[in-house]
Write a protein that binds this ligand. Structure first.
Ligand SMILES: NC(=O)c1ccc[n+]([C@@H]2O[C@H](COP(=O)([O-])OP(=O)(O)OC[C@H]3O[C@@H](n4cnc5c(N)ncnc54)[C@H](OP(=O)(O)O)[C@@H]3O)[C@@H](O)[C@H]2O)c1
Length: 245
């Protein structure tokens, strides 16, 4: 176990694929974990049970990531239960797909509210409350480099996440807090599989030289690196995609 005893992580979207793997991996590395969810309380509780099996401590806390009061309550829960916050892993996000010509503006607004406002809310709280020596890890996507049709609204939201990440890293000068974004390639989680045919899945799996989809555990490996030993990686977007882009 890495030497993270006494350190505390909040994982937003801990009820989802990458969030669950990140929570379990951080617990195995010694972190206590707040597992956040929106609608998937049962899945968050499964994540908390998996953390316990990995030898860690976890609580669950819910709420819309774009709701600042609900997210402040998640940070409060970390303070109350574990005494503070060292690392924020912000995986919560959505990916409705449609060509620009066809996407409804209601859907566009929902994507921006969850992915952009949600990241701003989480990062604002993290900037105020993460202890010195900590890490803030946002989530972008390799699609910002790949220009795939139908990803317009989503890629636009993640472009905003990247910009926010790079600026927040510079704003936290003097705090010894790293701020980075992970930009995964296609990763085998519900967000990726939703609405895709088997043929599309096979075609996308072949886009990288490894010839397979990423797993949530592949991504959690980079989360653990940024949350723990990677103190000299700061203000960067890390493309974690098996070489796809
Ligand atoms: N999977 C991929 O191929 C891939 C590729 C590139 C980037 N990413 C990025 O990686 C991150 C994690 O994705 P994933 O694949 O793990 O997705 P996932 O399995 O679908 O999980 C998404 C998580 O986001 C939460 N969430 C959604 N809307 C929310 C809201 N309004 N408020 C709070 N939480 C909300 C969900 O909570 P509930 O389930 O509890 O409602 C769930 O925990 C996302 O930011 C995604 O854009 C994923």
């Amino acid at each position: 176990m890495a030497n993270n005893a006494g350190r505390v992580a909040i994982v937003s979207g801990g009820s989802g694929g990458i969030g669950k793997a990140s929570a379990v991996r951080l617990a195995a590395d010694g972190f206590s974990v707040v597992v956040h969810y929106a609608n998937g309380k049962d899945r968050a509780e499964e994540t908390a049970s998996a953390v316990a099996r990995a030898g860690g401590r976890a609580i669950v806390a819910g709420g819309d990531v774009a709701d600042e009061a609900a997210m402040a309550a998640v940070f409060d829960a970390a303070d109350r239960e574990f005494g503070g916050v060292d690392v924020v892993v912000h995986t919560a996000g959505i990916m409705p797909l449609a060509p620009v010509a066809q996407m409804s503006l209601d859907t566009f607004d929902r994507v921006q509210r969850t992915n952009v406002r949600g990241t701003f809310v989480i990062d604002q709280l993290a900037a105020q409350r993460v202890r010195n020596g900590g890490a803030i890890i946002n989530f972008s996507t390799s699609v910002t480099r790949l220009q795939i049709p139908s990803y317009g609204a989503y890629a636009a939201s993640k472009g905003a996440v990247e910009a926010l990440t790079l600026i927040l890293a510079r704003e936290l000068r003097g705090r010894d807090i790293t701020v980075n974004a992970i930009a995964p390639g296609p990763t085998a989680t519900p967000l990726f599989f939703e609405g895709k045919t088997q043929q599309a899945i096979e075609q996308i799996s072949g886009m990288n030289p490894m010839g397979r989809l990423g797993t949530a555990e592949d991504i959690a490996e980079t989360v653990a690196f940024l949350a723990g030993p990677a103190r000299w990686v700061n203000g960067q977007v890390l493309y974690v995609n098996g070489g796809a882009a």
